[in-house]
Ligand binder design. Sequence first.
Ligand code: DLZ
Length: 198
Amino acid sequence: MTTIKGPGAAETLDGSGLRIAIVHARWNTAIIENLVAGAKKSLFAAGVKEENITIQTVPGSYELPIGVQRLYAASQVQASNTGEGISATDLLSSSTTDLSKSTTASPSPKKAFDAIIAIGVLIKGATMHFEYIADAVSHGLMRVQLDTGVPVIFGLLTVLTEEQGLERAGLGSSGMHNHGEDWGSAAVELGVKRRDWS
Ligand code: DLZ
């Protein structure tokens, strides 16, 4: 059955010069893994180079906004220090990282990220937990992208059942496509357009 839902046809864009990050939660990993794979598939299809894709994880969706914000800040530090700085991994993985330290050798000095994809899967339970996290994460991610100017792609599934999540990751029986692919394409489009909008 055809559907009118979806992002519509996009122009073909060259992502070969882009640097993209994916920050994903680890809750509901079986669904997350396919969404991340779908996003990467679209990035590669647009020409984004594997070495220009950074993937970081956070425990749950609630941590996505801080993960995205700090990862972007780390990439700016890397870019401005031309080879020396705190690595993105250090910033995210260690609560004891000394943020004033800027002499740690960085493996590959690169420009700041052109777009960041935040991926999480919230599955409704018996309490109000779902509503609070969904609301906080939605607003948090929007705030990060407007405060920093880096496009943050909203890859947060807010589903009522596991089945709904599996369907949207392309793992269900209905043939629904993997939404991660849309998020990868959105990252390329916004990454390219943002340069034109600067
Ligand atoms: C605690 C929790 C629950 C109950 N459910 C989910 C979920 O469905 N998806 C998700 O990404 N994270 C969940 N979490 C974890 C929170 O997002 C967060 O990691 C913890 O509350 C710690 O801050």
